[in-house]
Design a protein around this ligand. Structure first.
Ligand code: GDP
Ligand code: MG
Length: 178
């Protein structure tokens, strides 16, 4: 997805965030795009995606990052959501084991709906809640290795690794297409 003009190439990459309800998807995006966090965030209403611009190798790269509108609660994320995605963050909550176990289901769904190489990152969110963690770092790492994903633990609350996670995915997409 690139286009040329007199200023050189421009890139626009769609990235989707998936994972069980309440793992922190919307807060990861609001932390990255607006440096905001909400303790009582309700299901996302209205906002479909946020766009962030990065510069890579002197080129303008736009990441269009999509958030669900809460439909994951009903396992009703549609194929339109995945369509055209070049990157994905598969998010679980390190304090809820079930959300980690769901990660493979989300990964399968992603594979079913994608028609191109997708840069994928497994994200264990809420690392600030280390004292009540239910999934070890090693478990996250080994699932990621097994499935060929990047891996990071993040905290949308204290900002740990949030920018890093998104930017790594954007850079990987850029490497895949350029
Ligand atoms: P979503 O359903 O996956 O979009 O999850 P939300 O972003 O709406 O977050 C669900 C709940 O988890 C909210 O109460 C958030 O405040 C909380 N939350 C999100 N990220 C973090 C985090 O990194 N640390 C902690 N402690 N809470 C978080
Ligand atoms: Mg949400």
């Amino acid at each position: 997805m690139s286009s040329s003009d007199e200023e050189g190439e421009e890139y626009l990459f769609k990235i989707v965030i998936i994972g069980d309800s309440a793992v922190g998807k919307s807060n990861l995006l609001s932390r990255y795009a607006r440096n905001e966090f909400n303790l009582h965030s309700k299901a996302t209403i209205g906002v479909e995606f946020q766009t962030q611009t990065l510069e890579i190798e002197g080129k303008e790269v736009k990441a269009q990052i999509w958030d669900t509108a809460g439909q994951e609660r009903f396992r009703a994320v549609t194929s339109a959501y995945y369509r055209g995605a070049f990157g994905a963050l598969i998010v679980y909550d390190i304090t809820r084991r079930g959300t980690f176990e769901s990660a493979t289901r989300w990964l399968d769904e992603l594979k079913t709906h994608s028609d191109t190489t997708v840069a994928k990152m497994l994200v264990g969110n809420k690392s600030d809640l280390d004292n009540i963690r239910a999934v070890s770092v090693d478990e996250g790492k080994s699932l990621a290795e097994q499935e060929g994903l990047f891996f990071m633990e993040t905290s949308a609350l204290d900002s740990t690794n949030v920018n890093k996670a998104f930017e790594l995915v954007v850079r990987e997409i850029y490497n895949n297409v350029s």
